[in-house]
Design a protein around this ligand. Structure first.
Ligand code: NAD
Length: 492
């Protein structure tokens, strides 16, 4: 058993109350590490460490260029440790090692990209309309930022937040999911090794309603960047509103993957499968509603079912495995519950629909790839996020109906469109109410391209050049060059 500590102000520490919890390997079902169970008093220590590091010491003295160098070193260390970090991720969340290694190897790019932007954040000199006056703006860090992440892609989601926020000169408290805390703690150690001054990146662990809530309600926290469920996001948003804090929310989805009759069907099948079966369906951008034009519906569904049926379920560490376990028991039970709901609603189960037996690995959290046909968009299986390998298939007649069904959702994270018609591509990409639209591809992300949802999928964007602007505040500085101060009773 590994015994992890939290990183607060450059010290590796237990929780103040000395409490811990165990983190489980979802594949084996066995505990493999103990994690400190932080609470309000630990949050307080972390906020004070981050505040002090932001106000005094080496961090605020660094030039923006030097901050960039530091982030590059941090990125290099993540790259050098990618294999080890990927193993930690798989041990905690059960996702395929191939997927996690790909993610971890990509994470350094976030630090390189925002390192490059660190010294390009600049204010402006305003040609102000007042005589004898010089006016300019400064872009300043916000202060203490809190990054809260979900369990499905722990390091990637942390990088979305830390890279722009640190580049802009803020200090951070990273609070990973209680189900996948280890990789964030490993990341903290690499930040130290890179030479990050103590207190700039603090990593605390524990449960959302305990230390998470204590962080988001803390009066000295300036911004919360949250990735998680809609319910968690609502709690964070309420706390942020009371404290007038800035907030970025990356929440759930029920994204449509829309296949037109003129699509290259073999490609579309792969896109649909990647949308719903990769990561065992546990991705926020899962294409969990498949909208298929009626003229090709039956033939296309048959192809999707055949492909899904052939997916290899097993040990996530094995190269040949395509579907690993669900990450947590509550999530496993939620998926099975939704399968029952879909059956009760009258959806036709054409594949799976039950737990998947698996000979090895004692965790038992396997679900068969499941496909429901004859789904109506008003069914719960079409409206609510399952976060598992469960696809709801809905037929449509024409483009107008596809748009109407796609947009008839409380969520708006992503959408996929499969067609060879360029004019339709442009019409669809404008009409779909979603933060990201993928055309003849699915599930791509990049540090360069904005990521975020509309409606109940969230608020604000991560990634891309503009994301760094969410981590600075503008100050306007006025300087008089006049020999005399004007009449105090006249606004100049
Ligand atoms: P969750 O909301 O249960 O937990 C997410 C994080 O929030 C955890 O670290 C948790 O400890 C913390 N938390 C929970 N309640 C809190 C509170 N009251 N105050 C402060 N922190 C709190 O979500 P989850 O089950 O870990 O993740 C799955 C969800 O995340 C899905 O809905 C998925 O769609 C979403 N997600 C979204 C994105 C995105 O970028 N849009 C990416 C990945 C996952």
């Amino acid at each position: 058993m590994r015994d992890y500590k939290m990183l607060i102000g450059g010290n590796w520490t237990s929780a103040v109350a000395g409490e811990t919890f165990e983190t489980l390997n979802p594949y084996t079902g066995e505990a493999w590490a103990t994690i400190p169970r932080g609470r309000r008093e630990d949050a307080e220590k972390a906020v004070q460490a981050a505040r002090i590091a932001g106000e005094s010491g080496d961090w605020p003295k660094l030039t923006a260029t030097a901050r960039g160098h530091l982030l590059r070193r941090f990125g290099d260390l993540i790259a050098q440790n990618a294999e080890r970090l990927a193993d930690v991720e798989v041990r905690d969340n059960g996702k395929l090692r191939a997927e996690m290694l790909g993610q971890v190897k990509y994470v350094p790019q976030w630090f390189y990209y925002y390192a490059g932007l660190a010294d390009k954040l600049q204010g402006s000199v305003i040609p102000i309309d007042k005589p004898d006056t010089f006016n300019f703006t400064r872009l300043e860090p916000l202060g203490v930022c809190v990054a809260i992440t979900a369990w499905n892609s722990p390091l990637l989601l942390a990088a979305y937040k830390l890279a722009p926020g640190l580049a802009a000169g803020n200090t951070f408290i990273l609070k990973p999911s209680e189900f996948t805390s280890a990789s964030a703690l490993e990341l903290g150690a690499l930040a130290e090794e890179a030479g990050m001054p103590p207190g700039v990146l603090n990593v605390v662990t524990g449960y959302g309603p305990e230390i998470g809530e204590a962080l988001v309600t803390h009066p000295q926290v300036a911004k919360i960047a949250f990735t998680g469920s809609e319910m968690g996001g609502q709690r964070v948003y309420e706390a942020a509103a009371r404290g007038l804090k800035r907030v970025t929310l990356e929440l759930g989805g029920k994204s449509p993957n829309i296949v037109f009759e003129d699509a290259k069907l073999e490609n579309a099948v792969k896109g649909v499968i990647s949308g719903i079966l990769s990561a065992t369906g546990q991705t926020c951008v899962a294409g969990s509603r498949l909208l298929v034009q009626r003229s090709i519906h039956d033939a296309f569904l048959e192809k999707v079912v055949a492909f899904a049926r052939s997916a290899r379920i097993g040990d996530p560490m094995e190269k040949t495995t395509q579907i690993g376990p669900v990450t947590t028991r509550p999530q496993y039970e939620k998926i099975l519950h939704y399968i029952d709901v879909a059956k009760q609603e009258g959806a036709r189960c054409v594949l799976g629909g039950a737990p998947a037996p698996h000979p090895t690995g004692g965790g038992g959290l396997f679900v068969q790839p499941t496909i429901f046909a004859d789904v109506r968009n008003d069914m719960r299986i079409a409206q609510e996020e399952v976060f598992g390998p469960v696809l709801a298939v809905i037929p449509f007649d024409d483009e107008a109906e596809a748009i109407a069904i796609a947009n008839d959702s409380a969520y708006g994270l992503a959408a996929g469109v499969w067609t060879q018609d360029t004019a339709r591509v442009l019409r669809m990409s404008a009409a779909l109410k979603a933060g990201m639209v993928w055309v003849n591809m699915y599930r791509a992300v990049s540090y360069m391209s904005p990521f975020g949802g509309v409606k109940r999928s969230g608020l604000g964007h991560e990634n891309g050049m503009d994301a760094i602007r969410d981590y600075v505040q503008t100050k306007s500085v006025w300087i008089s060059t006049a020999a005399e101060t004007p009449d105090p009773f006249v606004l100049g």
